[in-house]
Design a protein. Structure first.
Length: 146
């Protein structure tokens, strides 16, 4: 994906960029910065990691809660059930501070996805995690400068 982004820049004659990415996009942005450092003016990586397999106890990620939620999501029959699932999924992915988010906005987005885009593509999420797990950690390669 990073090479695709660079190909788009090349096609449009853009030499240097500020790179911003969220979640897997942040991971891709990190990879762009490492592979094409002469093209990156700045890097902003939001809600992403440089090493999904980090074994430090505080950061040991387990998919068990999300797997349970995804399996339960297959049984949802109505909007109320979906919203209960969706808010729990948001809390599992965003941490305990997710209560501070705008729940109305999050619920509206979730219902829009469910009704207008046929829900969330669980396979896409699985492919995303597999792609990151299959790649080598880049944490040590990244040098953070104030």
């Amino acid at each position: 994906m990073m090479d695709d982004a660079i190909a788009v820049l090349d096609k449009n004659g853009i030499d240097k960029i500020h790179v911003l990415g969220y979640s897997m996009g942040g991971y891709i942005a990190q990879r762009i910065a490492l592979k094409y450092p002469n093209r990156v003016l700045s890097l902003t990586s939001l809600s992403s990691t440089a090493d999904l397999k980090d074994d430090h106890p505080e950061f040991n990620w387990t998919p068990a809660p999300m797997v349970k939620l995804f399996l339960r999501s297959m049984l949802l029959k109505d909007d109320t059930s979906f919203l209960k699932y969706y808010f729990e999924a948001m809390q599992n992915t965003n941490g305990n501070d997710s209560y501070a988010m705008n729940l109305t906005s999050i619920g509206e987005r979730g219902l829009y996805e469910l009704h207008n885009r046929r829900g969330f593509n669980i396979k896409a999420g699985e492919h995303q995690v597999k792609a990151i797990l299959a790649s080598e950690p880049i944490y040590k390669q990244l040098q953070f400068q104030p």
